[in-house]
Design a protein around this ligand. Structure first.
Ligand code: CA2
Length: 150
């Protein structure tokens, strides 16, 4: 049986759709999960969609992904800009990794311009709103397919 793509969401994203709609829109994380599940079905992937406010939990899921996932799509939220520990965990992953952001951090405060996670990511997608999630699922299917051929 094929392994799922882990879609990992970092701190505060459980509140998506309820705060700062001018930046993040009004779609909830449950609705984003449904969008990802629909797209995954279309492209023949399984997904495991998760959110945590804990850096340790995110790292444990990345470790789990080493053996149990076909790829990782991760929106590390605020940890993007601070977490060497999440970067170190992602560096151990051999599967494709897509770093995903709802907003475009490069158009925002300077502290958001640096991402530790980018150093381990196969690709980075940002600024597409929540539509970036199903687009990332589609892109992940292509990355997994391309690796099968090599
Ligand atoms: O644009 C993104 O997806 C971010 O990863 C979101 C993070 C921010 O720290 C990054 O710089 C960019 C913040 C997530 C906050 O989560 C929300 C909470 C309530 C409402 C909307 C989002």
């Amino acid at each position: 049986m094929s392994k799922p793509v882990f879609i990992l969401n970092g701190p505060n994203l459980n509140l998506l759709g309820t705060r700062e709609p001018h930046i993040y829109g009004s779609t909830t994380l449950a609705e984003v999960e449904a969008m990802c599940a629909k797209k995954a079905k279309e492209v023949g992937l399984k997904i495991a969609f998760r959110q945590s406010n804990s850096e340790a939990q995110l790292i444990d899921w990345i470790h789990e992904a080493i053996g149990a996932a076909a790829g990782i799509i991760i929106n590390p939220a605020g940890y993007t800009h601070t977490s060497v520990a999440i970067l170190d965990a992602l560096k151990m992953v051999k599967h494709p990794i897509i770093e995903l952001h709802i907003s475009n951090p490069h158009q925002r405060e300077e502290f958001r311009h640096r991402s530790f996670v980018t150093l381990a990511a196969t690709a980075m997608m940002c600024g597409l709103g929540v539509n970036g999630y199903p687009l990332a699922v589609k892109a992940m299917a292509k990355l997994i397919e391309a690796r099968k051929k090599t």
